[in-house]
Design a protein around this ligand. Structure first.
Ligand SMILES: [Zn+2]
Length: 668
């Protein structure tokens, strides 16, 4: 399979790539863990294939959530924020690098999932401008005549092409496919003159996504040469994660590093999967899981994220996590699920989607944070902050707190999650790889089939899938069973209850005709985990629970540009006490916590709309200390307290705006 020819080898040498990045052997070694590359395609087949954009329709709470997003900042940013609306990408005078492509990367799937005609219309005009202003040499209009000789960082072009192929998939507009192909052709020669550096080098894998998209439609072999050239010029995360530095939290006001940058970190886990599809010799399919394990051990938060404000910052729950890293890690997991089909990536994806993602937005999605904290008792402008390299406004809810990257990049979170809930299996079947109310339409050997999931999961344990086939069709329905779902069961067409193995894919292979119901049940048991400084966190199913704190919002920065309501900046302060220790036995959490179903609100991820609540008991303790303005830190180990026992309410983390999630434990 892929080998490095002499010309490419010499070019790579000339480009000054590191020795570690050079695949010098001429034979592709067999890879572990997934199917072999298909000789006819030149690219290894992914385990599951995402459905084309537009095949999945959101239903129930997911439809409401996407509508909230489109009615908030995501659907209106281009109307008032110059860095998108007046971008150089669209012929304007403002920023002409990553911001407009970032916004489109989320706005495109949002518009097509909702079939939102006005938004689709605006997007079509922007895309039209980009493709009609591409220069004859293939470089897009915001770039100098020959981007590489001017030593321009190609990152924004990798991103723009990734965004454009989504548009091509949604619309079938052939001009867009041609524009991407032309851009990639310019890059093929350009990378010999100026190899990837800075953002492009650390985000090299994003470039493979449009390359694969075009290759699978044209079969042009030079595209795979380009993929291998990009790979050879990459930053080698595999080598970096073998070292010591990755285990060390960045100190307060510490050194900013490319390799410990939290957004790069969230993007990087998909690199090995894409390189494996490309067939490069040293692509290691086990690396993404190992990488995530290392991040969990040294920087992990209970939400399934890792801290980074904005470099990796350890396990302390007062450290921040940048919003860009949440949406990028989600997208990485969607790619990993598709390529390797490991259900653990689905568990992690849901953990982020239902906890870390919604928590960091105001419930109506007009305001977002730059950094969220697992223990976050106050969000105010704070020059004394304890971030590693971020600024004093990083945990405000607002238009562009700290820096505008999240303002432009946040939009992809929910839409890409919705677009990856269902994927096609190799033998014409359908897999539910993550769960939220939605309907997938696809063809199985030419027969139109729909699979609709009716559920209030993750707030409930019951899920009902209705499969409809116009004509009898035989195909597998493949269902991810979360690892936490001990006792999971399925019932097909009113038949007997069948047990399912947690942490695996359950396969139902049969003839489907007419309408058939598949009822799933994922029992959710309370779980208490011991974390940083021996604190305890409460989880149940895919949801993490946090203290519901009374809150007050006050507007700030009203005189700054573009902060007219509804897109203003806000501080949030607590109105009720939060300085509790929790009375809970981590070995028998079901004894100390009682879960109660509540109606899932119009805004499913708001304190009022929370579809679940948990009753626990705790006492105020003296071990809490406020450090650096608003960091609620606590002494290690179980805490003494003579305060009276109080009944406390926890709600899902994703429904909170301020919260305590990792609680000190009380001495028995
Ligand atoms: Zn950001």
């Amino acid at each position: 399979m892929p080998r490095l020819n002499r010309r490419e080898f010499l070019n790579t040498m000339a480009a000054g790539a590191t020795a570690a990045a050079l695949p010098v052997k001429t034979h592709a070694a067999p890879v572990r863990g997934a199917e072999s590359p298909s000789p006819s395609s030149g690219l290894a087949e992914p385990k599951f294939r995402p459905l084309p954009l537009g095949s999945i329709r959101p239903l129930g709470w997911l439809q409401r959530q996407l509508r909230i997003q489109a009615d908030g900042l995501s659907g209106h940013l281009d109307e008032f924020w110059p860095d998108v609306g007046q971008s150089k990408w669209f012929g304007g005078p403002a920023e002409g690098w990553e911001r407009a492509p970032y916004w489109l990367d989320g706005a495109i799937p949002l518009a097509w999932l909702l079939d939102d005609a006005p938004l689709k219309g605006r997007i079509a005009k922007y895309i039209d401008f980009i493709v009609t202003h591409q220069r004859p040499d293939g470089w897009y209009s915001p770039y100098p005549e020959d981007a590489v000789t001017k030593r321009y960082d190609l990152w924004a072009i990798l991103l723009a092409n990734k965004m454009l192929v989504q548009y091509h998939e949604a619309t079938g507009d052939e001009r867009v496919l041609k524009a991407v192909e032309k851009s990639l052709r310019a890059m093929l020669d350009g990378l010999d003159r100026t190899p990837l550096f800075d953002w492009g080098k650390y985000r090299w894998f994003e470039g493979l996504i449009p390359i694969f998209h075009v290759y699978e439609r044209t079969g042009e072999a030079w595209l795979l040469d380009l993929g291998r050239k990009i790979h050879a010029q990459r930053f080698d995360y595999d080598a970096f994660y073998k070292g010591e530095d990755i285990t060390v939290p960045t100190p307060r006001r510490g050194l900013w590093k490319w390799a410990k940058h939290v957004v790069n970190t969230g993007m990087a886990p998909k690199g090995a999967a894409l390189a494996w599809r490309l067939g490069v010799r040293d692509a290691d399919p086990s690396f993404p899981a190992r990488m995530i394990e290392i991040l969990d051990r040294h920087h992990g938060q209970v939400t399934g994220m890792f801290s980074g404000d904005e470099c990796l910052a350890g396990k302390n729950p007062v450290q921040g996590t940048e919003l860009c890293s949440v949406v990028e890690f989600m997208y990485s997991l969607e790619v990993l699920l598709s390529v390797f089909g490991d259900p653990a990536f689905g568990d992690r994806l849901e953990r982020l989607a239902f906890n870390a993602l919604p928590a960091t937005f105001s419930p109506e999605m007009w305001a977002h944070q730059y950094d969220q904290q697992t223990n976050q008792v106050q969000c105010t402008i704070n020059p004394d902050h304890m971030w590693t390299t971020n600024g004093p406004e990083s945990n405000l809810y607002g238009l562009e707190p700290n820096f505008g990257c999240c303002t432009s990049n946040m939009h992809q979170g929910w839409p890409k999650f919705a677009a990856h809930l269902w994927m096609k299996t190799p033998n014409e079947g359908i897999a539910a790889v993550a769960y939220a109310p939605s309907e997938a339409r696809f063809l199985s050997r030419g027969t139109p089939v729909s699979a609709a999931l009716d559920t209030e999961y993750p707030f409930r344990e019951a899920l009902k899938i209705t499969v409809k086939a116009d004509k009898p069709a035989r195909f597998p329905l493949v269902l991810r069973v979360p690892a936490w779902a001990e006792g999971a069961s399925v019932r097909v067409a009113g038949g007997g209850e069948e047990k399912m193995k947690p942490g695996a894919f359950h396969r139902i292979e049969r003839e489907w005709k007419g309408t058939i119901e598949v009822a799933l049940r994922f029992p959710m048991r309370p779980k208490a985990t011991i974390r940083y400084n021996e604190a305890v966190s409460v989880e149940r199913g895919p949801l993490v629970y946090a203290l519901k704190i009374g809150e007050t919002w006050s507007r700030v920065n009203a005189d700054k540009p573009y902060r007219e309501l509804p897109h203003g900046d806000f501080e949030v302060r607590p109105l009720t006490p939060w300085n509790y220790g929790l009375l809970i036995d981590e070995k028998k959490p079901e004894m100390g916590v009682r879960f109660e179903e509540r109606p899932v609100g119009d805004k499913p991820f708001s304190p009022e709309g929370a579809g679940m609540a948990a009753a626990v008991q705790g006492r105020k303790i003296n071990g809490w200390k406020i450090a650096h303005g608003w960091a609620a830190e606590f002494a290690p180990g179980p805490q003494e307290s003579n305060e009276p026992l109080e009944d406390l309410t926890l709600i899902p983390y994703g429904c909170t705006n301020i919260r305590i999630t990792e609680f000190p434990r009380l001495k028995k």
